[in-house]
Design a protein around this ligand. Structure first.
Ligand code: AMP
Ligand code: ZN
Length: 112
């Protein structure tokens, strides 16, 4: 499958891997939108939030728990944002489900 995140998971494309276990991994976003910008994603390919909710909802717990862990570790009391872009209107550009973890600056709301 021609998926950049699957290729990173398989070690075919280099990336800065922050965390990895058998189910999920965390990398640095290549085009960071905040001082900390990480992507938290399943090793297995799911195109989007709907597909993982249908086929492997337990992965969502692991992904969000990792987001909470890292967010607290990195940002402490300052806080952080975890977001999943879904589909064209949601701003999704890579069709392998991933959570963005953003921290290190005051983020705007609404996001635009
Ligand atoms: P989204 O637009 O929500 O689908 O997010 C896709 C994210 O993947 C963007 O923030 C990109 O900067 C990021 N990205 C694309 N290619 C790579 C890569 N090779 N390594 C790390 N992050 C990437
Ligand atoms: Zn993939």
């Amino acid at each position: 499958m021609d998926c950049i995140l699957c290729k990173i998971a398989a070690g075919e494309i280099k990336s800065e891997i922050i965390y990895q276990d058998q189910d999920i991994f965390v990398i640095k976003d290549i085009n960071p939108q905040a001082p900390t910008h990480l992507l938290i994603l399943p090793v297995e390919h799911y195109a989007n939030l709907g597909e993982v909710a249908d086929k492997a909802p337990e992965l969502l717990t692991a992904l969000f728990a990792k987001g909470a862990d890292l967010g607290r570790q990195i940002a402490g009391e300052r806080g952080f944002r975890v977001v999943i872009n879904t589909g064209p209107d949601g701003g999704q550009t890579v069709d392998h489900l991933h959570l963005h973890l953003l921290a290190g600056r005051e983020l705007q709301w609404p996001p635009g």
